[in-house]
Design a protein. Structure first.
Length: 134
């Protein structure tokens, strides 16, 4: 059972990283006159961090942060509350995986830009995953 959880967490982390990487690549392409979509207009540069809060007993497994195409894989130490370091950039995405104690377990991910919570993502269940972008 432990090995299954370990592989599930690893698979979820790899999948999350792949999704975030593909988002960052597709959002950073330039536009030309023959493009179907207009050129991507990026966000203004800001200071980004993510606050992660799990209900009692939730264990945060991994956090993947992509800022302006640079990927950071974080492994929080045991706990149900974690805040990432602050990153400076203009295009930000984060994905979090965690394990709850039962189907009522919750995970809340808050995107903080320039000191203000600008977006929130939540998940509920035994196996938790939440993503957030700006």
């Amino acid at each position: 059972n432990y090995n299954i959880m370990k592989y599930l967490k690893l698979a979820l982390s790899v999948f999350s990283l792949a999704v975030l990487f593909s988002m960052s690549v597709s959002c950073s392409r330039g536009g030309g006159s023959d493009d179907v979509f207009p050129p991507y207009v990026g966000n203004t540069v800001g200071d980004y961090s993510v606050k992660i809060t799990g209900s009692t007993g939730v264990q945060i497994g991994s956090v993947v942060v992509v800022i302006d195409g640079a990927t950071h894989v974080l492994s929080p130490q045991n706990g149900s509350v974690y805040t990432t370091p602050t990153y400076k950039g203009s295009n930000f995405a984060a994905s979090v995986s965690a394990t709850g104690v039962n189907q009522s377990s919750t995970l809340k991910v808050e995107l903080i830009k320039n000191g203000t919570v600008v977006k929130t993502s939540t998940a509920q269940g035994k196996y938790l995953a939440a993503s957030i972008t700006d």
